[in-house]
Design a protein around this ligand. Sequence first.
Ligand code: ADP
Ligand code: MG
Ligand code: MG
Length: 246
Amino acid sequence: MLSIKNLNVKIENNEIIKDFSLDIKKGEVHALMGINGAGKSTLVKALCDHYECEVTSGSVEFNDKDLLELDASQRANEGLFLSFQNPIEVPGVNNMYFLKSALNAKREYQGLEELDAASFLKEIKAITAEFGIDNKILKRDLNAGFSGGEKKRNELLQLLVLKPDLILLDEIDSGLDVDAIKLVANGINSLLDGNRSVLMITHYDKLLEAIKPDFVHVLKDGKIIQSGDYSLAETIQEKGYEAIGV
Ligand code: ADP
Ligand code: MG
Ligand code: MG
């Protein structure tokens, strides 16, 4: 699904991601771990064409397309989704309107008919009911004045509405209590039908335990220095990064 080869990314003229390579196949769940400042957020932002990131060399293939040739909205419509570490507040844009527009943009891109307001409302209410998300956040402006936990729940809601092929999660568990982490993990697990893939950035054992990645990679200074299976995450949880030479 995703094939990253020798990717180099700069932010404000500093090399952050250095010669980074990773393959993610259909249905696989990968975790990306590493200390603060390793470049985890920069990597996933670069994959989404974030304006801060400048890809200086390397290649990225996504669903057999050259990802780097596509702009941010095309990447989203192709099935890429990034849940931000710090979701931005967009006062003046109603959350429900935002979700409906995002879904309809994707449907239009795929040659599907637009969902009208009534059908969308029915669909979104089914989702919020199934996953225990408070409908109040639909009426508010996108992330405006949301608590940290509400922002992360709203990221989950976007995921459940858009059903992307490749789900990039940048610390979706930060700011959540244990119950909310379970809710978020349930939502993500519900999307994992063998056709979707995940690259999750997290520091916390609760989300790792609930989602159980197939592969774990440790990023240091913009490069993967170690990869393994779920047991690598357990070692990091128990003994810290120092134990594996970070
Ligand atoms: P992580 O997510 O692993 O904590 P980041 O990708 O956020 O790491 O940051 C990697 C490096 O890039 C850090 O040294 C950070 O200071 C730098 N960096 C990130 N964003 C910016 C920015 N907007 N401007 C300048 N430097 C940045
Ligand atoms: Mg960080
Ligand atoms: Mg980060």
